[in-house]
Design a protein around this ligand. Sequence first.
Ligand SMILES: C[S@@+](CC[C@H](N)C(=O)[O-])C[C@H]1O[C@@H](n2cnc3c(N)ncnc32)[C@H](O)[C@@H]1O
Length: 252
Amino acid sequence: MNVYETEKLLSEYLLFHYATAAEILPENYGGEEALHYPVRCVTECVNALALPLGARGLDLGCAVGRSTFELARLCSSVIGIDFSHRFVGAAERIRRDGMMPYERLDEGALTTPLTACLPDGVDRGRISFEQGDAMNLRSDLGAFDIVVMANLIDRLHAPLQCLQRLPMLVKPGGQLVITSPCTWLEEYTPRPHWLGGFERDGTRFTTLDGIKAELLQDFDLVDTKDLPFLLREHARKYQLSVAQASIWRRKS
Ligand SMILES: C[S@@+](CC[C@H](N)C(=O)[O-])C[C@H]1O[C@@H](n2cnc3c(N)ncnc32)[C@H](O)[C@@H]1O
């Protein structure tokens, strides 16, 4: 059973990607700095000035599509890819119709109807969504000027397989943004496939150490930053996480 195909996760992610501050935090008990994460993954991590004219973008693990739409402000064409048919269907519906109604869970069986809207000023003609597997992408995807992978790696069965494709996926001089809360769970990633979060030869080996070990041959590490994000489950239950973003430049 893929949780990302369920109605529950669909509405939680539509809320996470498209809700206003008032729709997520109606009681205003704090946490505002952790809102709009899929927007911040682009605005705080992508160097817009370094992108060429006619840039191509890829949002890998795009879920219901918000970062893909934000990338379309900076790129002439953007592809959003996710394994979940349901998520990709919702992203495509928002692209095509400009909106999608959904229910926010409040308590028990009580819900509130909301609408996920295409962000203002986004040219939907630049965007396409497709279902795909980040560990086994189609061979004719081509190369991109910017690749964003937000909160994806610790949800993959074999994250290394995904990282190994990146030198081919990012153009020389192109940008790569990887964010992760490093929440390694055996239900998604068997322990031998974790990129980090364990001791190796008596020293702590982090997820960033694991990403560096794979990428440093082909990429320069430009920056790292902490990005808090808030997932709302229902009116009285939220999950506050802090993702680690690493920002890379493909060697020329
Ligand atoms: C934690 S969510 C993050 C989604 C989104 N990037 C965000 O930051 O809100 C993980 C996403 O990865 C997707 N995913 C899981 N396995 C995948 C795979 N093998 N290939 C592509 N996407 C995958 C899930 O469907 C889900 O949308």
